[in-house]
Design a protein around this ligand. Structure first.
Ligand SMILES: [Zn+2]
Length: 335
C-alpha cells in the first residue's frame, strides 16, 4: 500500500512556533509548540523550529525526511525564489536564509509564505470561510494583517504585496504606524495601539485595571488574555478603548466590503479567538451602516475565525500540497 502523503505546516510567530503534521484530508496527526525566543537570533530560532518539527514527527513515528514538504508561515515578507525571509520585523530578520537552512536540517522540501496569508487559507479550507468565493481575512494582534482570497486562491497583486489591510489609512494625520505612515488602522486598532491609548488615558488620570492585572501577573505588555480579564472585571476604560478599536475596524470592514463585496470577512487573532462574536458583533454593526448596497447585507458574513491556533499550520499544509502539485519548481529542493 502506498504511504499516505504527509506534510508539516508551521506557524512561526514572534512569541511562539506552532507546528503540525497534516494528512491529505486536513487532519492534524500531531501538533506541538515552543517559544520562539526571537532575541536569540536567526540560528537559534531556525534550530528550535527544526527541533520542533522533528519532535512532532517523532510523535507519530516518522522521520522528517518522510514528509513530502514543510511549509512555514513567516511574520513578514518572503522571497519565493530563494527561500529567504526578506524582512520580518517581529523577529528582527532581514534576508534570512530560512528555507535552505531548514531544508538542510530536515531533509525535505521547504516552502515559505506569509503567516497571515496561510492563516486565511486555513480558514478558507477548513474554518469559517469554507466554500467562500471571495474571502477577506483580517488578523488583529500586535499588528493587523490581512489577506484576500478569490476562488480559494490568494490574491498576490502585481508585486506580491496585496492584502496589507492593516496599512489602509482611516484617520489621516492620525497616530504614527510601525510602517512610518500616520493613521493606518494598525496604528489605531491593533493590540499595540490599544496599549498605547491606555497609557495616554492613564496620563490624563483615567487608570485602567489593566495596569493592576499586569502588575499582578508580572507582565509588561498588554496581551489578549489581559484585555479579556480587565473587561470581565468591569474595567470601563478598557471597554472604551476596545470600543474605539472595534469602531475603526468596522469602518475598515465597511470600506473593504464596498470594494470587494466578499461573501466572508473572517476576523482572527488573539482577541477574536478569546472573545469570539463578542469582539466581532460591534465591528459588524458599524460595517453594516457603511455598506453602500444595503440589500441582502447578511449575505456578507462577518465572522470570527474558527480554527484558533490551527488556522496557520493547516493553511501552510494546504499551501505545501498546492506547491507540490504545481509544475513550478520547489523553492528549495531537498539535497
Ligand atoms: Zn502602517
Amino acid at each position: 500500500m502506498a504511504r499516505e502523503s504527509l506534510v508539516a505546516g508551521v506557524d512561526l510567530g514572534g512569541t511562539k512556533i506552532n507546528a503540525a503534521v497534516v494528512d491529505p484530508k486536513g487532519v492534524i496527526l500531531a501538533q506541538d509548540r515552543v517559544k520562539t525566543e526571537a532575541a536569540q537570533g536567526f540560528d537559534a530560532v531556525s534550530q528550535r523550529l527544526s527541533t520542533l518539527v522533528r519532535g512532532v514527527c517523532q510523535e507519530i513515528g516518522i522521520e522528517t525526511s518522510a514528509l513530502d514538504a514543510v511549509c512555514v508561515g513567516v511574520p513578514g515578507s518572503v522571497d519565493d525564489g530563494s527561500g529567504q525571509v526578506h524582512r520580518a520585523p517581529n523577529l528582527d530578520w532581514t534576508d534570512a536564509p530560512l528555507g535552505p537552512r531548514l531544508s538542510d536540517s530536515l531533509g525535505t522540501r521547504v516552502f515559505l509564505d506569509n503567516d497571515v496569508r496561510v492563516a486565511a487559507l486555513g480558514e478558507y479550507a477548513y474554518g469559517a470561510g469554507r466554500g467562500a468565493s471571495t474571502l477577506v481575512g483580517i488578523f488583529v494582534g500586535t499588528g493587523i494583517g490581512g489577506a484576500v482570497l478569490e476562488g480559494g486562491e490568494l490574491r498576490l497583486g502585481s508585486r506580491g504585496a496585496a492584502g496589507e489591510i492593516g496599512h489602509m489609512v482611516i484617520v489621516p494625520g492620525g497616530p504614527r504606524c510601525g510602517c512610518g505612515q500616520r493613521g493606518c488602522v494598525e496604528a489605531i486598532s491593533s493590540r499595540t495601539a490599544m496599549e498605547r491609548t491606555l497609557h495616554e488615558l492613564a496620563k490624563e488620570g483615567r487608570k485602567s485595571r489593566v495596569f493592576k492585572i499586569l502588575d499582578r501577573e508580572g507582565r509588561e505588555r498588554l496581551t489578549s488574555s489581559v484585555i479579556v480579564k480587565a473587561l470581565r472585571e468591569g474595567d470601563e476604560v478598557m471597554a472604551e478603548v476596545l470600543r474605539g478599536a472595534q469602531k475603526n475596524l468596522g469602518l475598515l470592514v465597511g470600506s473593504i466590503v464596498n470594494l470587494l463585496d466578499p461573501d466572508v470577512v473572517v476576523i482572527g487573532g488573539g482577541i477574536a479567538e478569546r472573545m469570539g462574536d463578542e469582539f466581532v458583533a460591534p465591528i459588524r454593526k458599524v460595517a453594516h451602516r457603511r455598506f453602500l448596497l444595503q440589500r441582502d447585507r447578511e449575505k456578507v458574513r462577518i465572522v470570527p475565525a474558527e480554527l484558533a491556533d490551527r488556522s496557520a499550520p493547516l493553511g501552510a499544509a494546504v499551501l505545501a500540497r498546492r506547491k507540490l502539485a504545481s509544475p513550478a519548481p520547489a523553492l528549495v529542493a531537498a539535497k
